[in-house]
Design a binder for this molecule. Structure first.
Ligand code: NAD
Length: 264
């Protein structure tokens, strides 16, 4: 059965990729697109004859099948507003937006009691498998191996370090029984002294049109391991988000799901 989806941020880089995959796959039906008042006219031109569009999610939902799943890749405050609308209507919502504060994530967790919600800072299957193996590497290598993360993204990305880099860092910190907030170092400048033992460097490069590169380094005595994920295009995130939408449609409310739950 085809999963009906409504895309919020449909005229953005990720929104366009999700709409393209949904329109070209029999497993999904693109039921509607939402974008900001400033960009909805451009979205209407792209979508002519394909599905309804609006600058207001609430209005659009009256014109789509009730069992549609909402997919939101926008900005933190916009995704929070989508989550409130989804919770009111009991509709499933997949959020891929990054840069959410811990308070905003806590709000999502409480809304997840009312409706099926999934949030992931990275919808790629490769990154999610990498998330599983990194803590194992950290534990097997032991405390002699320093852990550092470097990420590269296109010059339009607004948050830094990337949500994915922070998620990977959280997994590494947990594997060592550390609290990431206490050990994260995202700036090294000037006469800063030697590296602290309990530290995870999370550094960001920005430029060009790089879709996303994440490298995790384990730097030990006389050797190092590097684990790198390259996203070649946005299609892998789009496919992951759509797969998450199909999966979420069959889940019950109760917890804020992640891609890890889907893979389990
Ligand atoms: P973008 O700026 O290209 O797209 C965002 C879209 O949201 C724009 O079209 C914008 O007009 C729209 N928007 C803004 N306000 C709106 C509103 N009130 N209502 C409806 N639409 C609104 O950004 P992008 O590169 O597509 O990234 C979007 C988010 O997704 C970012 O947080 C990014 O980090 C994240 N992202 C996540 C993943 C993942 O796998 N989870 C992958 C890539 C990007």
């Amino acid at each position: 059965m085809s999963t009906s989806v409504v895309v919020v941020g449909a005229n953005g880089r990720m929104g366009r990729a999700i709409c393209d995959v949904a329109q070209n796959s029999p497993e999904y039906t693109l039921a509607g697109g939402v974008d900001s008042p400033a960009r909805v006219a451009e979205l209407s031109l792209r979508m002519v004859g394909k599905c309804p569009v609006s600058d207001n999610l609430q209005d659009l939902l009256g014109r789509v099948p009730e069992n549609s799943v909402i997919i939101d890749f926008t900005a933190p405050e916009v995704s929070l507003a989508s989550a409130r609308v989804a919770a009111e209507r009991g509709m499933a919502l997949v959020i891929g937006t990054t840069g959410l504060s811990s308070e905003q994530l806590a709000t999502l967790e409480s809304l997840a009691a009312k409706t099926p919600l999934l949030w992931s800072s990275n919808m790629s299957i490769g990154i999610n498998v990498m998330r599983k193996i990194l803590p194992e590497l950290a534990r097997a290598l032991g405390p002699d191996y320093d852990m550092e993360i470097m990420e590269i993204h296109h010059k339009h990305k607004k948050d830094s370090p990337s949500g994915t880099a922070l998620t990977l860092a959280e997994g590494l910190a947990k594997a060592r029984d550390w609290n990431l907030q206490d050990v994260r170092c995202s700036s090294r400048d000037g006469l800063i002294g030697e590296r602290q033992e309990q530290q995870i460097g999370v550094q960001a490069l920005r430029g060009g049109d790089v879709v996303g590169v994440h490298t995790v380094y384990f730097l030990g005595p006389g050797e190092r391991i590097e684990v790198t994920h390259h996203a070649h295009s946005r299609e892998n995130f789009a496919r992951g988000a759509l797969r998450a939408a199909s999966w979420l449609a069959a889940q019950k409310p109760g917890k804020l799901y992640g891609v890890q739950d889907m893979l389990a």
